[in-house]
Design a protein around this ligand. Sequence first.
Ligand code: ADP
Length: 249
Amino acid sequence: MTTAHSGVSIRKVRKAYGNVEVIRELSVDVHEGEFMVFVGPSGCGKSTLLNLIAGLDRPTSGRVTSEGRTTLMFQESALFPWLTVGANISLALKLRGVPRSDRPGQVRALLSSVQLEGFGDRLPHELSGGMRQRVAIARAFAQDVEVLLMDEPFGALDAMTRDLLHDELERLWLDRGLSVVFVTHNVREAVRLADRVVLLSSRPGRVVEEFHVAADRPRRIESPEVSGLAGTITASLRQEVSRHAADVV
Ligand code: ADP
């Protein structure tokens, strides 16, 4: 059998915690270089799925394979609070084996790629939430990953900061040719970013529907194309949530 050239392959994955089934028979491929976004009702297993892809947890049955080096970025930026911004990024470079003398230059380049030149000496608590998320993005890129997993990374930010980070993430993704697996409950954000949006069902999570997003990039979150498709996906999501509510009653 030939192996598909995909960033991530999820095959008939089932995940249960005790007798609670969180994911049921989920199969999906994330292609190399693809920006894939999972949306679904809260509790449908999105974070669980990312953990499985990251290898932090194992499926109860089925198989998850990731072809590239992978990193997982959380909603909260999870920087080391006692290290400066520069040292947080430098540590990732060190762990990757970048020689000490090359690190300062690379830290500067990474900070500049997220528009934070000159902030290397600050501590995380001296920055805004949006800036900390940018540092987390820079640190993720310092790891030289091929697959970037993002769990609602911009959920806590104001709309304007989020728009800026969408632009930066898109630029970095295109520059690096990464595969991205991004989880959000914000359907507009999904359409703004994704090549493909996969709608998951209420728990246990399964694929309900896939939407290919053909609109040109960079997209504006408030554009008619984004709003139009977001409306269609939201309608499916509502149907899914109410179907589940009917099951429960
Ligand atoms: P989502 O990210 O879609 O909101 P999660 O993947 O966080 O959903 O969680 C899906 C379900 O799995 C939730 O009902 C949650 O309570 C349950 N769950 C997640 N992790 C564990 C765990 N380690 N033990 C038991 N239940 C868990």
